[in-house]
Ligand binder design. Sequence first.
Ligand code: NAI
Ligand code: MG
Length: 504
Amino acid sequence: MATTSDRASRSEELRHYRMLVDGEWVEASSGETFESVDPYTGRTWATIPEASDSDVDAAVKAAQRALDGPWGRLSGVERARLIRRLAEEIDAHAEQLAVTETTDNGKVIREMLGQLKNLPEWYYYFAGAADKIQGETIPSSIPNYFIYTLREPVGVIGAITPWNSPLLVTSYKLAPALAAGCTFVLKPAEQTSASALEFGKLFEAAGFPPGVFNVVTGHGPTTGGALAKNPGVQKVVFTGSSATGRQVMKDASDHLAQVTLELGGKSPNIVFADADLEAAANGAIAGIFAAAGQTCVAGSRLLVQAEVYDELIDRVVAKARAIQLGDPLLQETEMGPIAFREQWEKIKDYIAIGENEGATLAYGGRVPDRSDLQEGFFLEPTVFTDVDNQMRVAREEIFGPVLTVIPFENEEKALEIANDSVYGLAAGVWTSNLQRGHRMAQALQAGTVWLNSYRNIGFNVPFGGYKESGIGRENGLEAIHEFTQVKSVWVELSGATRDPFRLG
Ligand code: NAI
Ligand code: MG
């Protein structure tokens, strides 16, 4: 049972955070604040400023000044040096940041420590790219011209991020943006703003000029909307639901800002009869119960070939039953609470929908009755079997620990069901047949495919969605292109005066 000695410490006093604008720690100009709630205790543990349109505008203007000023004048080598220092600062504060994130979103400390301890790698990798962003020379098609390109920063980036992996998802955007020479205004999710504000302190310590990284906090439609609509923002980068992504894209389109959108998923995790069933069952658990299913790549549809359908369900249910629910700050806890009340209610609604649609509740589905779990937003790991891919629980993103298991007959059918979704973020395939694995990888409509694995993400590997799962790519060298724009320069070499009425 829980002991206090191996638990990271939970803050007892109510903390107040300030926003970071132009290197200064500021309150909202209105003086308004909102509360951050620990989903394990159900208690408010911090208060956060609620930024208005004018606060957002001040941050965007500061980011523009940094771009026009000292930051914009740095070479890639100098940017790389600062980004590496930031990585060292993150490394030194990883544990504290992990505890803050777990306190805010209830994700288990195992997962958050893993994310935060790995976070410096994003900055080292992109620091390595910062001094290799270069144009090319293009041989001219007409005489006496020298033509070259410059790869320049897009400008001020407005980032809007979700609550499930706050600083990891921020870093997908921030590390390449800094490498490219952009400046940044972050609007973290209202449920998890504290870690972004603690993170902001590291910029000062690393020696960045003011205004390169700004954090404005507040609610989605107001503060987030103000950022997406601000004409000083050259690009809006967003992770969250597809519905909000659509709104953000509309708002950005008013001033023709570019967008990168990482949206939802309903990712298929496909198990063939020839697979290693123990590994596949383990992968199914990783896909849906890690992070209590609150991840964009959740393997929420488990497609299982008929011959091994019963056996695989038995294995998955046995593993689901063994999952340790508890205090997310304890090392041994495997599933914590759902991040906040509305999300918890939403998931419970979907469980009722699944039952009404005629899916079989093979395991879970209830709020656990353990006395130590009554303050938090807990749910049992839930397994629905005999699911039809047309049911709402198979089509809509639930974003919680709810697995839908769908049987299939053969490879062709598996592919048809897998691709019959508006989403296309990720997919898993479990098979011992090499040809089949690669055939599936090519035919699946998804930005990431895992063969005999699930839920790998790397700073060096492009990540993003097909179909309604998103636009653009994060991570890997691809990400540098998202934050740079190309300028072409033509140089006349002969000194002659040319025909003014002829193009070319
Ligand atoms: P959301 O997509 O509404 O929120 C994500 C971010 O967008 C937050 O920072 C929020 O403040 C901001 N936001 C909300 N409305 C906005 C607007 N009109 N303009 C600008 N910014 C806005 O997600 P929410 O409401 O927290 O969760 C709802 C559902 O979204 C979840 O149940 C889940 O299905 C999905 N979701 C998916 C994520 C993913 O990574 N695929 C991450 C978070 C949520
Ligand atoms: Mg929302």
